[in-house]
Design a protein around this ligand. Structure first.
Ligand code: SAM
Length: 353
């Protein structure tokens, strides 16, 4: 039989709920000694605070996967450069605008343009797409998730109208980072990019995979400390899921249970943070996204990419929603959210500070 939560763990949770921070050691202790009871208390506190700020609204972002061409070779990622089995594609300006127009009609007011680090999207090309979207839909926010670029590039794209930028830090431990990435990628640059984004004026998102190879309670504690100190507007976390054509193809996936626990912790660290229940969470469990919301998340990111390319943006195996039309994705998620007492908002979904 499972041993009940100890007084110490209970105290750590209440301390986190009250003070929004713990020491790195305490974060690790909470993670290492969690049990079902602790997860339930943590989720209760997380949902209380989330409801007090965002009510029952769930913000949506229409995700447009604009290219699977990537110069990088991250060891975990299905679209890494070395994977020669990927059928590569990139969307044109017209393709992207068509996705945005469709999404607007469906109720999306934020569009996330995400892709591999594809040199085709120079500042001029990407800036042109961003400004066309902002001109046609001035009531919408544009989020970019196009990887590491220079400070000048981030400034240029911000001037073109981009409001937000997502760049997961992947891990806040430099040694762990080096085990997940090839030598030419650097932890220092990743973190520098995040500070550049913030300094440029973007609403900035960081994040990490849960259960990535070589992750420990100590590296997770560093991730949480980083979130606490960096204070991102968004924080994207989802389970690592292996992709068969990568060096980590036979590694175990991250778990639903730990992902939910960390979602609740992050909500308590930064009550206002925009926290998605990710597609990866929906992939490892049929009710993953609902459970994510019930653990304290407040954002979902339905896929708006053209159906024909969705399977090609395969970051990991068995990704969900690759066959659905965009309208189906939104309707399906709306029904799922209503079934648990929440609803999808037609709103830009800015952070409430
Ligand atoms: N190239 C951009 C970048 O580096 O930020 C955006 C695209 S990248 C594919 C988006 C995110 O996918 C990464 O930050 C990573 O955390 C996640 N990802 C990649 N491979 C994954 C996997 N096997 N399981 C879960 N998430 C994965």
């Amino acid at each position: 039989m499972e041993k009940g939560m100890t007084g110490e763990i209970h105290e750590l949770i209440e301390c986190l709920a009250e003070n929004h921070c713990l020491s790195e050691k305490e974060y690790a202790r909470l993670i290492e000694n969690r049990d079902e009871e602790a997860a339930a208390l943590l989720a209760e506190r997380a949902v209380e605070v989330r409801k007090s700020i965002y009510g029952s609204a769930v913000y949506t972002r229409g995700l447009i996967e604009i290219s699977n061409i990537c110069r990088n070779d991250c060891l975990y990622c299905g679209i890494r450069r070395s994977n020669t089995n990927v059928q590569r594609y990139r969307l044109s300006r017209e393709d992207i605008l068509a996705c945005v127009r469709e999404g607007y009609g469906l109720g999306f007011r934020t569009f996330v343009l995400q892709g591999g680090e594809d040199g085709f999207y120079s500042d001029e090309v990407l800036g042109d797409i961003v400004s066309l979207i902002k001109t046609e839909f001035p009531d919408c926010a544009v989020t970019l998730s196009m990887g590491e670029r220079s400070l000048e590039s981030y400034r240029f794209l911000h001037d073109a109208g981009a409001d937000r930028y997502l760049l997961r830090h992947e891990t806040a431990d430099a040694i762990h980072y080096a085990k997940l990435h090839p030598p030419r990628m650097s932890f220092e640059n990743r973190i520098r990019c995040l500070y550049h984004l913030k300094e440029t004026g973007y609403q900035t998102g960081c994040g990490f995979m849960v259960g990535s190879p070589f992750q420990t309670a100590q590296t997770l504690a560093k991730d949480l400390k980083f979130v606490e100190e960096f204070h991102p507007d968004m924080c994207g976390i989802g389970p690592f899921i292996p992709h068969h054509d990568t060096p980590f193809g036979s590694m175990a996936a991250g778990t639903l249970e730990l992902t939910l626990f960390l979602l609740s912790m992050i909500r308590l660290i930064y009550p206002q943070v925009l926290l998605p229940a990710t597609t990866a969470l929906g992939t490892i469990h049929p009710k993953g996204r609902e459970l994510g919301i019930l653990a304290g998340a407040n954002v979902v990111m339905p896929n708006l990419s053209p159906t024909g390319v969705r399977k090609k943006y395969e970051l990991y195996d068995n990704k969900i929603c690759t066959g659905d039309e965009s309208a189906q994705c939104r309707t399906c998620l709306d029904q799922r959210m209503r079934a648990i007492g929440y609803y999808l908002a037609v709103d830009r979904g800015d952070i409430k500070k």
